[in-house]
Design a protein around this ligand. Structure first.
Ligand code: ADE
Ligand code: ZN
Length: 334
């Protein structure tokens, strides 16, 4: 890749729309929090933990990801994790981030909902990066558990703007959560769901039709269904694609095989995101650089991807336009 393209990828203004805050916990911070809170870990050192990050599929990652999150107990822990992510995002010229959090991972261990949300939210308030929160239900748990989680989080509803759906996809289809998503829509939340990461393209269609989501997280398997691809293009449904994640979790064996360019060529509203940066080998700029190194992508693709991120963000129209103008001014000045 030439120096101009690399510098543009690093310096262009970005929006990140698919980041699990628990997936930003670096091994060093996991060990520091374990010590601070007296939590025992199954790994003797940072190096041993990092060496365990050799995933074969989504579930092999999720098992380690939930174990890592067990060190989070106090409000300050959630604050420190979020502040560390936002500092990395700022360094990558991320202007706006919409951050997933998984409350059930914590409330199931006895951590109060308020501890989770207040800690993450306070770090967002203190950052120069514009940051909003999306509460995600774990789809391997029941819809009843999701309803109870919503109930517990509603007193804090001013601190998050949307609802998402993540964790083990195959065997946990969108329809399992149709009623709780209908309730969240009535309450006025933005709605998103992971679909078509490991699961079949049919889950993308049912996430749109039954859950009424506004964006699809991942969605890379849509190309297996021509009618679905045409619909996603026609309706300009944003896909929050996470290239390094897809390679680490073996959705694609190598970055050279990633379908990001094919998705763009199909006219889809593709965005680039980091998913779980501490586990998958990098933050936003690492994702852009790895993708552009492996695929025949250039400056016009970079501009389109940066624009797509802001266009798909849950932001007021005027603020969105300000960011889009900033992207265009950046590329015009190259
Ligand atoms: N939770 C954190 N990262 C995830 C991913 N890539 N897919 C599903 N659930 C997740
Ligand atoms: Zn994800």
């Amino acid at each position: 890749m030439n120096d101009q393209l690399r510098a543009a990828l690093q310096q262009m203004p970005k929006a990140e729309l698919h980041i699990h805050i628990e997936g930003s916990l670096e091994p060093e911070l996991i060990f520091a929090l374990a010590e601070r809170n007296g939590v025992a870990l199954n790994y003797a050192s940072v190096e041993e933990l990092r060496a365990a990050y050799a995933f074969t599929d989504l579930q092999s990652f999720l098992d380690i990801y939930y174990a890592g999150a067990s060190v989070l107990l106090r409000e300050q822990d959630f604050y420190d994790m979020t502040a560390a992510y936002l500092a990395r995002a700022e360094a990558d010229n991320v202007r706006h981030a919409e951050i997933f959090f998984d409350p059930q991972t914590h409330t199931a261990r006895g951590v109060p909902m308020r501890t989770v949300i207040d800690g993450i939210h306070r770090a967002c308030q203190d950052s120069p990066v514009s940051a909003t929160l999306i509460l995600s239900f774990l789809r391997h748990l029941s819809e009843e558990d999701a309803f109870a989680t919503l109930e517990a989080a509603l007193p804090l509803r001013d601190k998050y703007i949307g609802i998402g759906l993540d964790s083990s996809e195959v065997g946990n289809p969108p329809e399992k959560f149709a009623r709780v998503f209908a309730r969240c829509k009535e309450l006025g939340f933005h709605l998103v769901a992971h679909a078509g990461e490991e699961g079949p393209p049919a889950y993308i269609g049912t996430a749109l039709d039954l859950l009424k989501v506004e964006r699809i997280d991942h969605g890379v398997r849509c190309l297996e269904d021509a009618a679905l691809t045409a619909r996603l293009a026609r309706e300009q449904i944003a896909l929050t694609v996470c290239p390094l994640s897809n390679v680490k979790l073996r959705v694609f064996d190598k970055m050279e095989q990633h379908n990001l360019l094919a998705l763009l060529d199909a006219g889809l509203a593709v965005t680039v995101n980091s998913d779980d940066p501490a586990y998958f080998g990098g933050y936003m700029n690492d994702n852009f650089i790895a993708t552009f190194e492996a695929l025949p992508l250039g400056l016009s693709h970079a501009q389109r991807l940066a624009r797509n991120g802001f266009a798909a963000a849950f932001l007021p129209a005027a603020q969105k336009q300000k960011y889009l103008d900033e992207v265009d001014a950046f590329f015009a000045a190259l």
